[in-house]
Design a protein around this ligand. Structure first.
Ligand SMILES: C[S@@+](CC[C@H](N)C(=O)[O-])C[C@H]1O[C@@H](n2cnc3c(N)ncnc32)[C@H](O)[C@@H]1O
Length: 367
């Protein structure tokens, strides 16, 4: 069942389409993208703290890099996970930084119970505004989004390498990329309705209230199946945390349709390496708290056949806060008979248009 729900945003009411059936762990569901907003709560931290597919990679990298070293943990969260793992791995000293007030306070309450106090210094604030000495040898920062750069990793780690890390210091994770493939949102959601999961509505409201107005939030698809995609995939952004790291980039790629179907946008997902030589975490194919992000591009689904092509340009530029990226997508879909279909989307970190695309007008019916 799908229902129109009225919610309050900054004193005004608005409508949102909600899936009234409870989420099922094996079925896709639609959420707003979460990680790039300061709305973390104990539930979100718990989903990360228990994400073993993710955690084993960070643990193994810290096991190699942290012994005897000074580690800075940027975005330590309420559970101080990587600060604790660093101590466990034999770090000499850890500087743990958290910007969200409630998470910092909870981390301060939790710290004594972990018995690592003599080696961990907890700081409140944004790493880009804080100073500490001496410089660290290793920087661990799980500020990676479902779309790799969305949480500001490029700007934050560029700053950390310049100001917080010794010249030969190392960053964990090592590398992240975002992959994209074409599909149709209704097909990606399968039997589930095109509507937000009921459980996601309080988060949607928090994001809109933080922004003081609704906007076309990025769409997070949990448990998306690769089988629902109709094209091959390509890397649309690449973040080399121990190499050349760009805070703005533009990539043009050509996706080729592999099977008959329809396309109204692209699905993007994270691949992550904590160490250079390991098999990457693939958020589309592995069970992890990261999900896929769907970007609507076309007014209506376009039928496609194998061999049709989608030329996709994906740009990211820093938003007004100097940390989180805005994204710009444009695409040309060429189908049989030489038909060309144009599509585009502006996806700013916050603000920007509301109900600009049919997909958003459907999800947020007029009040
Ligand atoms: C994805 S969570 C990761 C939490 C924890 N480190 C983990 O891996 O389970 C990212 C955390 O980083 C914090 N954060 C993001 N950017 C930050 C920055 N520049 N300085 C300090 N904290 C930051 C967020 O508030 C959030 O608590």
């Amino acid at each position: 069942m799908r229902e129109v729900r009225e919610i309050e945003v900054d004193g005004d009411s608005m409508h949102v389409l909600v899936c009234s059936e409870p989420e099922r762990p094996d079925k896709p569901s639609l959420w707003p993208s979460l990680g790039e907003y300061p709305i973390y709560d104990p539930h979100l931290y718990a989903t990360m703290t228990t994400d073993e597919e993710r955690n084993k990679r960070f643990r193994s990298a810290l096991g190699q890099l942290a012994p005897g070293k000074h580690v800075v943990d940027i975005g330590t969260g309420q559970d101080l996970l990587w600060a604790r793992e660093s101590v466990q791995a034999g770090a000499r000293q850890v500087t743990a930084i958290e910007v969200v007030d409630d998470a910092f306070r909870q981390a301060a309450v939790n710290l004594p119970s972990y018995d690592v106090q003599d080696r961990v210094t907890l700081l409140l604030g944004e790493s880009t505004s804080l100073e500490f000495a001496p410089k660290a040898d290793v920087c661990v920062a799980e500020i990676i989004g479902s779309l790799a750069s969305a949480e500001g990793a490029a700007a934050v780690l560029t700053d950390a390498r310049r100001r917080h890390l010794a010249p030969d210091g190392m960053v964990v994770p090592h590398r992240a990329v975002t992959q994209a493939a074409a599909g149709c949102l209704a097909d990606i959601l399968g039997e589930q309705h095109v509507a937000f999961a009921a459980e996601s509505i309080p988060y949607l409201q928090s994001i809109f209230n933080w922004n003081t107005a609704p906007f076309d939030v990025r769409l997070r698809v949990e448990n998306a199946s690769p089988a629902a995609l109709v094209s091959d995939s390509a890397v649309i952004e690449s973040l080399d945390f121990n190499g050349t790291l760009h805070t703005a980039q533009e990539t043009t790629t050509r996706l080729t349709v592999q099977r008959p179907g329809r396309i109204d946008g692209v699905l993007t997902w994270l691949q992550l390496w904590c160490l250079p030589d390991e098999d990457p975490l693939d958020a589309l194919r592995m069970e992890t708290n990261w999900a896929a992000i769907y970007f609507p591009l076309f007014e209506a689904p376009v039928p496609v056949e194998p061999g049709d092509s989608l030329n996709l340009t994906f740009g990211s530029t820093l938003s007004a806060d100097g940390v989180h990226p805005d994204y710009q997508l444009s695409a040309t879909l060429r189908t049989a008979g030489g038909h060309a279909h144009q599509g585009s989307l502006e996806s700013p970190h916050r603000g920007g248009p509301f109900r600009a695309q049919p997909a958003y007008r459907f999800l947020f019916p007029a009040a």
